[in-house]
Design a protein around this ligand. Structure first.
Ligand SMILES: Nc1ncnc2c1ncn2[C@@H]1O[C@H](COP(=O)(O)OP(=O)(O)OP(=O)(O)O)[C@@H](O)[C@H]1O
Ligand SMILES: [Mg+2]
Length: 266
């Protein structure tokens, strides 16, 4: 069943990877393939409310009609809360891009087209991105004056009602063997201004060390959304400040603080 108008992504050697076992391991979270489904197992540092909220966000994303991996159940295995999702056969777009570097632009165009299809959706009873950003700025390690300026700046920006994935990056897009796509990992989804989500994706490319891809992505996203570069760049201090409340690794901290402190990007 064809679910989108975005061009199909050529999937190289789809489905040969990630057949069994651990898909991702973090200090306090493990994602595994389990009995033909995906099990995300959370450690004790996660609040139960955050886990239930993640499952709820995934369910709401599915209700928009977008192609996603549906939530199957929320369960407890011994002391661990878990979310079980449908397994999607294929490779992540990140893997496909890494294997086929010469087609970067083609993959980025598909990536942007998918993001625009998400922006075209909205949802009832979903929180607004601006409120989340506001809270994250308050929780960031930035000086009081910088935080104040950023709160003011955010207030002057449009709130928007578009569905914004919130962690839109190529590891969260799976390309099926047929070349269709599914977007996973909706824990950060909110309604907001698409340009804020584009700024965040640009930042994610940078933080993962893919600077050339970041710049190309930004240009393609501006073209697709028919906006000028500064329209997106004005969101960068906001999203960088918000991210600095979560990512305090020495490697990224300096960059985030720098971006958060740039008053106006020309
Ligand atoms: N439904 C699915 N079908 C196939 N693979 C999946 C599915 N869900 C997750 N994966 C694989 O597991 C990886 C991690 O899953 P997920 O994106 O949910 O974790 P995460 O919370 O993003 O982790 P982090 O944000 O710390 O990177 C994905 O990048 C993908 O490779
Ligand atoms: Mg993910």
């Amino acid at each position: 069943m064809k679910k989108t108008t975005a061009k199909k992504v050529p999937a190289k050697r789809s489905g040969q990877r990630r057949q069994t076992g651990v898909l991702l391991e973090r200090t306090d979270k493990v994602v595994t393939k389990d009995k033909g489904t995906v099990l995300k197992i959370f450690g004790p540092s996660y609040k139960v409310s955050a886990i239930l909220n993640e499952a709820m966000n995934e369910a709401r994303a599915a209700e928009t009609g977008l192609p996603v991996a549906k939530v199957l159940e929320v369960l407890k295995i011994r002391d661990h809360w878990c979310i079980r999702r449908e397994w999607v056969e294929g490779d992540t777009l990140a893997d496909v891009m890494a294997k086929d570097k010469k087609n970067l632009v083609r993959y980025l165009k598909s990536f942007v087209a998918i993001q625009c299809q998400i922006f075209a959706k909205t949802s009832e009873r979903m929180g607004n991105l601006a409120d989340k950003l506001d809270k994250q700025i308050s929780a960031s390690p930035l000086p009081k004056e910088t935080r104040y300026d950023l709160h003011m700046k955010l207030q002057s920006f449009p709130r928007g009602k578009s569905l914004c994935h919130g962690d839109f990056n190529p590891t969260n897009v799976i390309i099926t063997p047929k070349g269709d796509w599914r977007v996973i990992d909706w824990s950060h989804v909110r309604l907001g201004d698409p340009l804020a989500d584009v700024a965040r994706t640009y930042l994610l490319f940078w933080l993962s060390g893919h600077v050339a891809a970041a710049e190309k992505y930004m240009a393609l996203a501006c073209e697709a959304l028919k906006v000028k570069l500064p329209d997106v760049q004005k969101w960068l201090p906001i999203v960088a400040a918000a991210e600095s409340s979560r990512d305090q690794t020495p490697k990224n901290h300096e960059l985030l603080v720098h971006w958060a402190s740039v008053v106006d990007i020309e």
